[in-house]
Design a protein around this ligand. Structure first.
Ligand SMILES: Cc1cc2nc3c(=O)[nH]c(=O)nc-3n(C[C@H](O)[C@H](O)[C@H](O)COP(=O)(O)OP(=O)(O)OC[C@H]3O[C@@H](n4cnc5c(N)ncnc54)[C@H](O)[C@@H]3O)c2cc1C
Length: 347
């Protein structure tokens, strides 16, 4: 077997999680990651460093989303229990509010597996809130967590990494030894030759990085046309992420002072202790969630690799929207499962 038997195109959390699942199954030394951007880079075309990030009910309520969330939560919980500081993940308390009743399927599903899940009595809900829950979430320091993943993959599992932009997904088939390519290109799947999925669209979010060491809890409010959230960033010397926006189809990298004001006024109304003189706003950022109509695509296809009639197996794993950190590991397990036979044949 060669190091390019399996190629993962993309080094956001989705590609890194796929490489991790493959490495844990014994294919680390047979896997090469190709990506234009790697952990440590920043670009509007690289979403993962801009995430909050935590586990929340922001995801959809269809069967795929519920399953990926559940698998992702179990993985993150175990990671927080054994590798929290190295992996930049941490258990913390979370409160979520909805202005309108959420889907019962979603709440039933989450209630079954979330640690310390509790419904908030109606009389204790803030004004305008229809429903609320408390539970133990996992927070991730997104830019540091992806660095951890890359380090683990290269140093512990021997995964090879090549910084390179491909113009066509078939270029992922690096040589005749490449049997399986995973497409984990996020927003790029809309225009990338060989994929060109018109269901993909960006969902822009502006966030604020604040220093607020006195804030230890996550709070989220899901409104009809807004999302407001406070996420303490683990192992960051007291930084907190304040958000946010869910702007469908908007792709600017710019940040706007009026959006900063909106975030500050909404988060402070939700969590008044943010108004303390201890809180300092450090920066505003813009990121583009890789959304897709109908939800993420995790599926396999057999394609012609070149003009010689050679066939290759392409596994798509993109369109994670606002859930790549919470659901990415679950998506990765299922993406790898689609090629269980092909992987066995490599041995
Ligand atoms: C403001 C904000 C807050 C968020 N909060 C959360 C949260 O709290 N919890 C959560 O779970 N998620 C959150 N998310 C969502 C999460 O960030 C995304 O779901 C996730 O980062 C998507 O990862 P990805 O790997 O699909 O894409 P990306 O991180 O964009 O990675 C794509 C990779 O593909 C590579 N690539 C693309 N095209 C090519 C090409 N042609 N050739 C070579 N390489 C290529 C890129 O260089 C990159 O390496 C948030 C997102 C934003 C913007």
């Amino acid at each position: 077997m060669k190091s390019e038997s399996i190629v993962v195109v993309g080094a956001g959390v989705i590609g890194l999680d796929v490489a991790l699942v493959l490495a844990k199954r014994g294919y680390g030394r047979n896997t090469t990651i190709i990506a234009e951007h790697l952990p440590g880079d920043t670009s509007i075309n690289y979403t993962s460093p801009w995430a909050g990030a935590n586990f929340s009910a922001i995801s959809a309520s269809d069967a795929n989303a519920l399953r990926w969330d559940k698998l992702g939560y179990a993985y993150l919980l175990s990671l927080a229990a054994k590798d929290d500081k190295d992996a930049f993940v941490k258990e913390s308390t979370s409160t979520e509010y909805w202005d309108e009743m959420p889907s019962p399927a979603k709440i039933d599903s989450m209630a079954k597996y979330l640690k310390n899940f509790k419904e908030i009595p109606a009389g204790d809900l803030p004004s305008g809130v229809a429903y609320g829950i408390e539970f133990t979430t996992i927070t991730l320091n997104a830019p540091m967590h992806i660095r951890y993943l890359l380090r683990k993959l290269t140093e512990e599992y021997g995964v090879r990494v090549v910084r390179k932009r491909v113009s066509d997904i078939t270029s992922g088939f690096l040589s005749k030894d490449t049997k399986v390519v995973f497409n984990c290109t996020g927003n790029a799947s809309r225009d990338l030759n060989g994929v060109q999925d018109s269901k993909c669209y960006p969902t822009r979010g502006q966030i604020l990085l604040a220093k607020a060491p006195h804030i230890q809890q996550n709070v989220m409010r899901h409104g009809k046309d807004y999302e407001t959230y406070v996420i303490p960033r683990p192992y960051s010397n007291g930084n907190v992420i304040l958000g946010g926006f869910m702007q469908k189809g908007v792709s600017t990298a710019d940040t706007f002072s009026y959006e900063t004001e909106s975030i500050l006024s909404r988060t402070t109304a939700m969590l008044p202790s943010l108004a303390s003189s201890e809180t300092q706003i450090l920066a505003a950022f813009s990121g583009l969630r890789p959304s897709r109509e109908g939800g993420a695509r995790v599926s396999k296809e057999v394609i012609q690799v070149d003009g010689t009639g050679r066939q290759g197996v392409l596994v798509h794993n993109y369109g994670a929207g606002g859930t790549g950190f919470q659901a990415g590991y679950g998506m990765a397990i299922e993406a790898a499962n689609t090629v269980a036979e092909e992987l066995q044949a490599l041995a």
